[in-house]
Design a protein around this ligand. Structure first.
Ligand code: ADP
Length: 583
């Protein structure tokens, strides 16, 4: 395709060449006229000169004069009588017919200057003739004629035209150069605009086109610049919106998966990758079945596509041996034209929520159950006393039972309150920890349990370096150690047994160990020991005044210290409870 530069340049040049050609044609015409009129004037002057020379001469001398003139001036000279007879001619050897009918002679004989260009009958070639009248007094007795071969005129004209053409060559070259410069003035800024727009399309929207040139073209460049600035602004705001959407998508706790109608993953976030254990960056354009190997998820996708509206379902999965409950929400996506564009699936891991729900339900049932037993006992014995047993010898025993159950209710309620308070303080971050010596805390706990131990003749041994320090909350840690010591004493069956309370610095923290040599706990109970109201032997625990909440309290207190509690125990071999506090 021809460039604008070439098109403009060739158009300008053709126009210039056309104008030049017209000028040349006009000049050539003028030259022709001027050459002819100049030749006519010359011939007329020569004919007049001849006329002057012929005056007062004999007719016999005319031939010599004509020959003399021809030799001097180069023209042909003829003298013709009024009757048309050729009296003399510089071309002497020729035979002449009557010249009266020659146009130039006719005009001269009529008294004017006669001019004619025609073929000579005598010479057989084209000549330019100019004749003037010959007078004697008022009478015209003949005509003097001068003639020039036409080819001489043509040669002169050709020479002049050649010179003119030669002069036209530099003019044409000049026109070509001017055309090129003019075309360049228009095409160059347009080329620069084209380059600038190309850079815009390649994404360099901050680039600006700077050109000088005709107003229309600089205006065009300015408009392009404004358009680029607007596009830049719009793309910047789009980019920000996209980045915001992207970061929202990435940081969402919910797993989000966008699928096309065939079930290929179009987008998914990190949470989806975590939940279903796949790499989100490698999942796009892959089939959902291939990426998430769960039939329920596939079925849920199909249900969402078929249903059209929103779909909701709880999906239970087993991942790494653990049960997970997912709340799935799906919505079918529609394109602008209303066609099916796939589906958006959102999964939320509600395992913890469900577990909490179950725990709350169980807890309420457990609390009611725990409270029901002493209340039933109390109301039963109150009834018995009312029914007349008040004055019987057993009345004292009944009252003891009532008092024991009231005490039991109080302990349960106190433990429940302690747990609730712990949970609340833990959640609101009210539990303050500070670096303190561990020994005084253990000494206090041991002192509290000393009486019970002494009653069972159990020796309570404390082994803790004075220098041992940990980040702790003294009243809470004391409470935890009391609970552990209390259990150790309670479940030490034999008299003269030992309970060891030991604390030591360990790599990365402090260990507090409570060891007894009592009944021990079978392995299958270890995992659930720290749950509320969990007891290995309910009857025995109740008999010993246990609520089933002691270890749950210990677990919460240790958690508040960012530590961990564990148990090692075997039936008949005693138990070792270990509390680890971070350093
Ligand atoms: P309880 O008030 O019944 O003692 P805990 O929560 O303190 O409740 O303990 C839960 C259960 O763990 C107890 O019922 C008991 O069966 C068992 N247990 C706790 N500590 C010991 C221990 N040192 N020796 C044997 N069994 C223990």
């Amino acid at each position: 395709m021809k460039t604008l530069l070439w098109k403009l340049c060739s158009s300008y040049f053709l126009l210039a060449a056309l104008i030049l050609t017209l000028c040349l044609a006009a000049a050539s015409l003028l030259l022709q006229q001027s050459v002819i009129s100049q030749a006519q004037d010359e011939l007329a002057a020569q004919a007049r000169l001849l006329r002057v020379r012929l005056e007062r001469q004999d007719a016999a001398a005319y031939g010599g004069i004509c020959a003399e003139f021809s030799a001097a001036l180069g023209s042909r000279f003829t003298v013709i009588s009024a009757a048309g007879q050729v009296l003399a001619d510089s071309e002497q050897d020729l035979h002449f017919d009557n010249h009266a009918d020659r146009p130039e002679i006719l005009a001269a004989l009529a008294g004017a200057v006669g001019v004619s260009r025609r073929r000579s009958h005598s010479l057989g070639k084209e000549l330019l003739y100019v004749a003037v009248p010959l007078r004697r007094g008022d009478e015209i007795w003949g005509a003097a004629r001068a003639a020039l071969p036409a080819y001489l005129l043509d040669e002169r004209l050709a020479y002049l035209r050649g010179t003119l053409l030669l002069a036209a060559v530099p003019a044409l070259l000049l026109a070509a150069a001017a055309s090129f410069l003019l075309a360049l003035r228009v095409s160059k800024p347009l080329q620069e605009i084209e380059q600038g727009v190309l850079r815009f399309t390649q994404g360099s929207l901050r680039h600006r086109i700077r050109i000088t040139g005709p107003l229309e073209i600089t205006n065009l460049a300015e408009s392009c610049n404004r358009m680029a600035a607007q596009l830049d602004e719009q793309s910047e705001s789009l980019r920000k919106q996209l980045a915001l959407l992207e970061s929202t998508f990435r940081s969402m706790a919910e797993a989000v998966i966008v699928l096309d109608p065939e079930g290929r993953i179009l987008r998914c976030n990190q949470a989806a990758g975590r939940l279903f254990s796949f790499d989100p960056s490698a999942a796009e354009q892959r089939d959902i079945q291939e990426v998430i190997r769960l039939a329920d998820v596939q079925q849920f996708f199909e249900k969402t596509i078929q249903q059209g509206g929103g779909a909701t379902e709880d999906i239970i999965t087993i991942s790494a041996g653990r049960e997970k409950i997912l709340s799935a929400n799906g919505a079918r996506l529609r394109s602008e034209s209303g066609a099916n564009a796939g589906a958006l699936l959102v999964f939320h891991d509600i395992t913890r929520l469900k577990r909490l729900e179950t725990m709350r339900r169980d807890f309420a049932a457990n609390v009611s159950h725990e409270l029901k037993t002493p209340i039933t006992a109390i109301s039963g014995f109150v009834e018995t006393l009312r029914d007349g047993a008040l004055h019987e010898p057993d009345a004292e025993r009944f009252l003891d039972i009532i008092a024991r159950n009231v005490q039991r209710l109080r302990t349960i309620i106190e433990d429940l309150l302690a747990l609730a308070r712990l949970e609340q303080e833990e959640e609101s971050g009210q539990i303050s920890l500070s670096w303190k010596a561990v020994r005084p805390v253990l000494e206090n706990a041991a002192a509290i349990c000393a009486k019970a131990a002494a009653e069972k003749n159990i020796s309570l041994e404390l082994d803790c370096p004075d220098t041992l320090r940990a980040r702790l909350n003294a009243p809470l840690l004391e409470q935890a150690v009391v609970n552990l010591l209390d259990n150790a004493v309670k479940y030490s069956s034999s008299q003269k047994s030992r309970v060891i309370l030991r604390a030591a610095q360990e790599q990365g923290g402090v260990l507090i160990v409570v060891q007894d040599f009592g009944c021990g706990i079978p392995r299958e109970h270890h995992a659930r020991l720290f749950e509320r109201f969990y007891r290995v032997d309910k009857a025995r625990s109740c008999k010993l005044g246990g609520t089933g909440l002691g270890l749950a309290i210990v677990k919460h207190i240790v958690q508040a210290h960012h530590g961990a509690v564990s148990v090692e125990s075997a039936p008949g071999r005693g138990s070792v409870f270990t509390v680890r506090l971070p350093g």
